[in-house]
Ligand binder design. Structure first.
Ligand SMILES: Cc1cc2nc3c(=O)[nH]c(=O)nc-3n(C[C@H](O)[C@H](O)[C@H](O)COP(=O)(O)O)c2cc1C
Length: 348
């Protein structure tokens, strides 16, 4: 494989989604193989380690984009995945010769997060049916279009958001991720505030929230409830909520990340708009690993019980991600990516 092909493959892979655009990956080329490694880019604020659920979803997105690019270029590759807790996550052995020109797959550059309001009309039935039928290993999709079911899930998003706004680590992570000045945005990672689609007054509210000391004081008079309520405004109006669910054992979440990225890409390619909501999965994960804000265990335990019932989860299954889906009203600002030399290295 020539270096140019591997570089373009890596650039296409790196269009994958990641929590707060943290891009926790580095791809290393060695001969005709490409390895996927973990990188913590901002350890002082980072909350997602190498085997965290959020990171594994991103690694799955990387693998999905790589496979789409290989298919577009007629190149074969064989994945070998490592045991949980070891690096690299996986190694792709490429076979054959690279084409003279890299063909970018249609979907990877089209997929994006849209945090603006969506139209409220229903998804086209064939699009909804296709999304609902997607599978990857032990991972599947549950699509909620019925009003009562959507309302029940939105309530769980609101309760989970309340716990999130009381969590100091998540506060530090969010404000550490924000990129406001042109230089910060140019760095290529994190959350460009322009992508947040903040309503009038939103920036002032963010500035007020930026001090944890102030948040703690405001939370004593219920600010977290108000913030969670505003957080669910857009998701309450969405015509469809798509949930990626399935096995959470070992590194099965990599498969969930593949499925998430595939369905999201298909929806965007068909003209639908998508915004992920990770807060329910994240707070339930925190309940299990003991990193919830104090005082929320019973409430998030109840959220988990209701969510399992609502989505019909079998024992051993978990909620990986909720997607708000509809048709776009506007075109959102797009997130940037890190320069290629920070996500791809070629072994000498
Ligand atoms: C694990 C994970 C969690 C995410 N959580 C949220 C979320 O709760 N809200 C949101 O608006 N976007 C969320 N995102 C979307 C990312 O912020 C987004 O993928 C990233 O900023 C890159 O932008 P892009 O999707 O437009 O390429 C999440 C993505 C991943 C992979």
């Amino acid at each position: 494989m020539n270096k140019d092909f591997l570089e373009q493959l890596a650039a296409c892979a790196a269009l994958a989604p990641s929590a707060d655009n943290c891009q926790p990956w580095r791809m290393r080329a060695a001969g005709d193989a490409l390895e996927l490694h973990y990188v913590s880019r901002h350890p002082e604020t980072n909350v997602f380690g190498p085997d965290s659920h959020a990171t594994l979803l991103s690694i799955g997105g990387l693998a999905e984009n790589i496979d789409a690019a290989l298919a577009a270029n007629g190149v074969r590759g064989q994945w070998e995945w490592s045991a949980a807790g070891t690096q690299p996550y996986g190694r792709l052995q490429l076979a054959g010769t690279a084409p003279a020109r890299f063909a970018a797959p249609a979907g990877a550059g089209v997929r994006h997060t849209n945090r603006l309001p969506f139209r409220t009309d229903a998804l086209a039935p064939d699009l909804a049916a296709r999304a609902a039928s997607e599978r990857e290993g032990a991972q599947r999709v549950v699509l909620l279009q019925d009003g009562a079911a959507r309302k029940a899930l939105v309530k769980l998003v609101r309760l989970s958001s309340e716990a999130r706004f009381c969590n100091r680590d998540l506060h530090r992570w969010l404000f550490g991720s924000l990129r406001k000045t042109p230089q910060e945005v140019d760095s290529g990672d994190g959350l460009d505030v322009a992508t947040l689609g903040l309503p009038p007054g939103g920036e002032a509210l963010m500035a007020l929230m930026s001090s944890w000391k102030r948040m703690e004081t405001l939370n004593r008079i219920g600010a977290y409830k108000f913030l969670a309520m505003t957080e669910v405004g857009l998701i309450s109006a969405a015509p469809a909520l798509l949930c990626v669910v399935g096995s959470g054992a070992g590194r099965d979440s990599v498969d969930a990340g593949r499925l998430l990225t595939r369905v999201w890409t298909q929806l965007n390619a068909a003209g639908a708009a998508v915004q992920p909501y990770y807060v329910v999965s994240d707070q339930i994960n925190r309940l299990h690993d003991g990193s919830l804000a104090a005082g929320f265990d019973a409430r998030i335990g109840a959220v988990e019980g209701e969510m399992r019932c609502l989505l019909g989860l079998a024992p051993g299954e978990m909620l990986h991600m909720i997607l708000r889906v509809g048709y776009p009203k506007g075109t959102p600002a797009r997130s940037r990516r890190l320069p290629l030399d920070q996500v791809f290295v070629s072994a000498p």
